[in-house]
Structure formats: C-alpha cells, structure tokens
Design a protein around this ligand. Sequence first.
Ligand SMILES: Cc1cc2nc3c(=O)[nH]c(=O)nc-3n(C[C@H](O)[C@H](O)[C@H](O)COP(=O)(O)O)c2cc1C
Length: 370
Amino acid sequence: MRTQLARDLGLEFPIFAFSHCRDVVAAVSRAGGMGVLGALYFTPEELEIELKWIEEHVDGKPYGVDLVMPAKVQLPEGVKAEDLEGQLEAMISQEHRDWVEKVLAEHDVAPLPEGESGHHLLGWTDATARPQIDVAFQHSPALLVNALGPPPKDIVDAAHERGIKVAALASNVRHAQKHVANGVDIIVAQGTEAGGHTGEISSMVLWPQVIDAIKPVPVPVLAAGGIATGGQIAGALALGAQGVWTGSIWLTVAESDMTPLVLEKLMEADSSQTVRSRALSGKPARQLRTEWTDAWDRPDCPGYLPMPLQFMLVADVMSRVARSNNRELTGMPVGQVVGMMNRVRPVRDVMQTLVEEYIEAVERLDALNA
Ligand SMILES: Cc1cc2nc3c(=O)[nH]c(=O)nc-3n(C[C@H](O)[C@H](O)[C@H](O)COP(=O)(O)O)c2cc1C
C-alpha cells in the first residue's frame, strides 16, 4: 500500500479517515493512516482545544483538518459572523418554524431547556470558516481539506506557504478540474454511496473518470464513498487511486462518541436504509432514512431552505431529538456501507483488518495471474 502519496505524507497506509471525533482522528493517525478532523461543528475556540488535544495524542504522526467552505455561500463583506447569524435567522419563515414544531409535536419531542440552544450558523460560510482556518494555521496539520466546492485560492496559497497540502472533495469530473485549477494537491473523488454531502455518480463509475481526467496534471486521487473492506481498497488502488478516504466506518469504532441509540440504529441498518436528503443542510446529504427525513416529502411540508438556512432551522431539532431519545426521528449522516458496520471494534483492529483484507485481495489476483 506504499503509494507515492503515502510516502510524501509520511503514512504507513494511504487510508484517510474523516471524523468529527478527536479520539478517532488521533487513533487512526497513530495506527498508520491519516485521521482528519471535521471542523464544521466547532467554534474557533473549540477547534483550538481539539487541535491542541490531537497534537498531544498523535505521537508526532500526521493528521488533517476538514472545513466546509461552499463557494456559493458568499456573505456580504464586512459583516461579522455574530451579526450575520441574526440576519440569517430573520430570513427563516414562520411557516417553516411552525411546520417543524408540528412534526416534533407529533412525536412528543419536548423543547430544549432554557439557555440550551446551540450555535446554528456553523463554519459553512466563507465568513465563519475563515476564523477556523486561522486556528488551523496556528497548529501543524499536514492536510487541509475542503468539503463543498473549490477552496478559495488565497487559502490554498496560504496553506502551501506553511507546508500544508490541500485536498478537496469532488463528486464529478468538473469539480475535480476546478479544484486542480485552484492549486489543490489531492482530489478526493467521492461516489454517491458516501455518507454526508454527496453527488449522484457511483464510486465505481466516478473514480476512474476523475483519475483519467486529471492524470496529465498529475494530481493524486483518493477514492471515497462506500469503502469498508481492504478488498475495496485493493480495487481503488487497482483503478489508479493513490489511497482511500473513508468516513462512515469510523462512526461505530470503540473510540467514537456516538450516543447508544445512534450506535444501535447504525448497527441495525442495512444498505438500503440511507437516503440522500436535503433535510439536514439544504444540500443533498446521505443519512439514515427516518421519519424526520420522510416528513420533508409530505404534502404539508413547506419545502427545504437553501444552505445555510436549512441547518439553522433544524439545528435545535437535532439536539431536541437526541435529548428525547426518540427512535423514529433519530438519524445520522452515513453511507451505504452502514449495512457492513455490524461490530464495535477499536480503530487499531479496524485498520489491521483493512490491511489484511487488502493483502488477501492482492494475493487472489496474483494467484489468478500465476
Ligand atoms: C457523519 C458524517 C459526516 C460527514 N461530514 C463531512 C464534513 O463535514 N466534511 C466533509 O468533507 N465530509 C464529510 N463527510 C463525508 C466524508 O468526508 C467522506 O467523504 C465519506 O464519509 C466517504 O464515504 P463513506 O461514508 O462511504 O466512507 C461526512 C461523512 C459522515 C459519515
């Protein structure tokens, strides 16, 4: 598995693991892959604490930070994130708020206790992601990743000045080419089976297209979406990927911070029980199908709001559902590999199995060729 990219980044295995949980990130890096922290849900102050902790727990091994900077959500210049949140909240219609309350009332979900409302805007606007980048630059991640759209050129340049490589997710060839034009070092080609925001093209069709399209540059490609076994890693490397980028499988490791109910639902679900829904953020994101995602298809639903308003509308709903432990409404972004996530094991064991399965797959092919 010693691809050129693995060598360049000082990795034992070119296995990248996206997670919002610092324990998972650090454990993957320590086990020879690269843990990448999803920074979206953290304020700059919280991110500072998380990155400091990770650096203290990776034994000097490389780790990454993932931000969400959708190019299309540009906000008025000079507007501070604090003021922005109030202005955006005012754009959410009463009809939407009333409908959400109606669905929650149907499931007896109680309001949050006084003062427990979370922060709603998150880092998915340029104005709110930049302070997170400033924090990341005060630390020493080996990799900065952007989830939605091409990362702004000035940020790519600033990362390069600090010796940090930049990766970006792409769900079609056009995205990948745009990233390359902006100076991105690594393309993560993510098929529709992936958990979280995802496009429409399946991994098996997307990976070779992206690899071929940007081969002349050349920029390494990581294969993402639907990877849960070492055999799949062998398949991705056989197609020309320089490594794999995974997310879902780390939700059910022993180090993960999932609640018992979410963990139970993930273990129970099969691969047909996810849906690409706009219910979470306004953009299609694959997640467990629940009565909450179904409600958004009902005739009485006033429709989705654009990003970032949709998440601002539903952020407290997520907290309320979690508090009430409501089984029907409880969901989680996860990919189709949820059907292969049936055991809780420590990160180190999962990594070891991936490597063993990879070797078995390569040996199977060698035997065919002998
Ligand atoms: C719970 C969850 C949250 C995610 N959130 C983000 C995110 O904030 N930023 C991002 O770049 N990708 C996010 N993703 C996508 C992952 O980075 C990754 O591309 C994807 O999980 C790969 O496909 P897989 O789920 O089949 O492994 C998320 C995935 C999951 C499962």
